[in-house]
Design a protein around this ligand. Structure first.
Ligand SMILES: [Zn+2]
Length: 176
């Protein structure tokens, strides 16, 4: 059967016909991923193949994408490379999810239908970092970033905090 990435189709049909699809989905069209992005350009490219393995409906999925997120250290936009290959079990309820063999990811299907868009959206979400940061050997990691509202550098802070109380104590003692 023919299938576009945006079209929802019954899981039974997809697996029994072993549907395969090459896709190129604009990241802006992925409902959850698009909310995480600073720039909505870019695409998720890959391939999906549906089949039944040991009685389980699965999607073998390959995806690569370069979503743009904000580095939480320097607050500059950065590309986060996603390249994944996963075997996803398509299940219709939590009981079925418990029976999925180890090594497979689980995707909860709504109303027995699924779209490639939903699968790709989920898989990229799982691959995105909670706190994106540039590499540890990057310019961003070497540079100390002073964010507005943060305390001064520790050396300065300790100077002022340690010396002031003694200075004040001295004043108090003089007065007695
Ligand atoms: Zn950074």
């Amino acid at each position: 059967m023919s299938l576009g990435w945006s079209r929802r189709a019954p899981v039974d049909t997809l697996v029994s016909t072993e549907t395969e699809l090459d896709f190129s989905i604009p990241l802006a069209e992925l409902p959850r991923v698009s909310h995480e992005l600073t720039s909505r350009d870019g695409e998720a490219r890959g391939h999906v193949r549906f089949s039944r393995q040991l009685g389980q409906a699965v999607a073998d999925l390959e995806v690569s994408a370069q979503p743009e997120v904000v580095c939480q250290r320097c607050m500059q936009p950065m590309r986060w490379p996603v390249k994944l290959q996963s075997r996803v079990a398509l299940v219709s309820d939590y009981d079925a999810a418990d029976r999925v063999p180890e090594g497979l990811e689980v995707f909860l299907v709504e109303a027995d239908s699924v779209s490639v868009r939903d699968l790709v959206d989920e898989e990229i979400m799982l691959a995105m970092p909670h706190v994106p940061r540039h590499d540890e050997d990057s310019e961003c990691a070497r540079r100390k970033v002073q964010l507005p509202g943060q305390p001064e550098e520790p050396e300065d802070a300790s100077d002022s905090q340690v010396q002031k109380p003694f200075a004040q104590l001295g004043e108090l003692l003089k007065r007695k």
